[in-house]
Write a protein that binds this ligand. Structure first.
Ligand code: TXA
Ligand code: MG
Length: 358
């Protein structure tokens, strides 16, 4: 598969509608467009064009049994793609859209089975990004889109990441700079009662629960503890977000950071002594200590601002692969609160569940 790829630079602070229309034209003609959202870049096709949707799976080398999220730009489009919109969905949509929350609902007959991988449900969200919204609006159809990375790779937070994975495999790549959150949307299954968290993401679960007025069920796989039940979460059983090099997550008690960091040092230096050339992904708070012990580090961000850690996560995982004199990575763990739940889910999955507790 060899496609000639066009790159369109669109400034999110001053959206050039002419360029957006060029991208929209490609969608109308059955093509594929990588576009920015507030979470990560997506690779879109017309939801209503099964052939175009198939191109998305092919470009990503994504298994056909892993369904796509439908991106909408108006509430009308929600009623178009969902068969039933329960009151809970209305409440969440009105409160959090546009924003990084994806709702799983029963699908309407207008959504082809290629999008939902033959399921009777559809995942829907309205992204909070001026370029994404203009692009969906100008396309005139909801846009079916997974993240714009090769299957299994860390999700792209810049157009350069998309180019690295998909250049020559998609028709257009829109470049609007770095995304805001850097982790994907939170996915909540509203076809079940209580609702089920299918994937923690950029929208903190605590906020969703507060607006719902009830608890959401959090299965172990949503925390990155083991593989998912296929029936519930088709995408959560594949190796994911992973660098090519081996990653190990070192988890412990972060309330005594000094004692924790000392144990992390033992693990990493132990690996170095047995001939490995490791790098350690860590928080700003502990980094100086590791560096003073001669450990090479990549700074994720402060524990006191987990938003920054989430934002830096995927590009740091990609950086691990680029460091030529490094052959293995370790990462600190973080508290599973707010965005920390998404961070730990991604880290554990990226490691292929290689977790050590210290
Ligand atoms: O932030 C995001 O959600 C980004 C941006 C581009 O919007 N998109 C994204 O898409 O992360 P993707 O394909 O990488 O992840 C979507 C997840 C997959 O794990 C998929 O299995 C799940 O959503 N999903 C989609 N439709 C589903 C369905 N009908 N039932 C269960 N899971 C579904
Ligand atoms: Mg993805």
């Amino acid at each position: 598969m060899e496609v000639s790829t066009r790159i369109l630079k669109i400034d999110p602070a001053n959206v050039d509608l002419e360029l957006v229309r060029e991208a929209a034209k490609v969608i109308k003609d059955g093509g594929t467009v990588a576009f920015p959202t507030e979470t990560v870049y997506g690779l879109g096709a017309s939801t209503y064009d099964p052939n175009a949707v198939r191109k998305v799976y092919e470009a990503k080398r994504r298994p056909m049994d892993n369904p796509l999220i439908v991106h909408i730009a108006s509430l009308d489009q929600l009623y178009e793609v969902a068969a039933k919109v329960p009151p809970e969905a209305e409440v969440l949509a009105r409160r959090f859209w546009p924003g990084p929350l994806t709702l799983l609902l029963y699908r309407s007959g207008s959504v082809p089975s290629e999008v939902t991988a033959g399921r009777d449900t559809v995942a829907v969200r309205m992204p909070a990004h001026p370029v994404a919204l203009a692009f969906i609006r100008e396309s005139g159809v909801p846009i079916a889109a997974p993240s714009a990375n090769l299957a299994g790779r860390p999700s792209p937070t810049t157009a350069e990441h998309v180019i690295r994975d998909l250049y020559g495999r998609v028709d257009v790549i829109i470049d609007s700079g770095e995304t805001l959150y850097g982790v994907e949307s939170t996915i909540v299954d509203l076809t079940r009662d209580p609702p089920v968290l299918l994937r923690p993401g950029a929208m903190p679960l605590e906020k969703v629960e507060e607006v719902l007025g009830k608890m959401v069920d959090v299965p172990p796989f949503a925390r990155g503890l083991g593989m998912a039940d296929v029936a519930l979460a088709p995408g959560m059983r594949y190796r994911h977000y992973a660098p090519y090099k081996q990653l190990t997550v070192v988890e412990g008690n972060y309330s005594d950071l000094k004692a924790y960091a000392a144990k992390v040092v033992e693990v990493v230096l132990g690996a170095a002594r047995s001939g490995s050339r490791p790098v350690l992904l860590c928080s700003s708070e502990t980094r100086p200590y590791y560096e003073s012990m001669g450990i090479r580090t990549i700074e994720l961000g402060p524990r006191s601002n987990i938003f920054v850690v989430a934002r830096n996560l995927f590009k740091s995982l990609r950086l691990v692969d680029e460091l030529v004199d490094v052959n293995e990575a370790f990462s600190e763990g973080f508290d599973e609160v707010g965005l920390g739940l998404a961070v730990m889910n991604r880290l554990r999955k990226a490691s292929g569940f290689r977790v050590v507790r210290v």
